[in-house]
Design a protein around this ligand. Sequence first.
Ligand code: GLP
Length: 242
Amino acid sequence: MIVIQAKDYDEMSKKAYESMKIVLTEKPDAVLGLATGSTPIGLYKEMIADYKAGAVSYKKMTSINLDEYVGLPVEHPESYRSFMNRNLFDHIDIVKENTHVPDGLAADLKLAADEYTAFAAAHPIDIQILGIGANGHIGFNEPGTPFDSHTHVVELKEGTRRDNARFFDNDIDLVPTHAVTLGMADIMNAKAIILLASGAGKAEAVRDMVLGPVSENCPASILQTHPNVLVVTDEAAGYYLN
Ligand code: GLP
């Protein structure tokens, strides 16, 4: 695990993009593992700007997103499909049919989850972008999720729903109670991983991920055992690493 501490959010996004760009330019048909949340938005802006400058094309690429809320209509502005369209896909030349987000509306969620796992296994992720939850979750794999898990439906912890209420008029009751997420084993299958963390609210999770024991109590700690992980924090999120 390599850890870079940037001074602020912008520098964090730029450093992450520098590393990601190596894969994007080396592999025109790369499979991108993508994340939602406020943390990767700056990285997505870097991707868009560089695409507009003509440096990278996404025409032959495939993307696989980590997670989606259960029961939220796709058109809802806070569905992760809407988020990805708005913050990235609508601004680059990736073919929409090649962008994949778990189906949180499937009649049979278990079957849809198994199909998503099979799709991810058949399209190994070249570069996985991750954020981190304040409790150390990655994707929506909450503390206690088995490290050998695959795509599954999760009941969201109250703290996670509270954190995400800012996107739902600050009303926790509007935040879905369940989500579907790639599992820990699926994430660990990525060839390379870049995890971004910004803000003081992530400092303890970053400390436990980097310095703590590898434990299901801090899902992100499993990344210590992955051969190719870059962690990029801003100053506040990296506070305990100095
Ligand atoms: C959300 C997402 C995660 C994300 C994390 C942090 O619940 N499911 O994929 O990394 O929480 O979000 P943010 O970047 O907004 O702090």
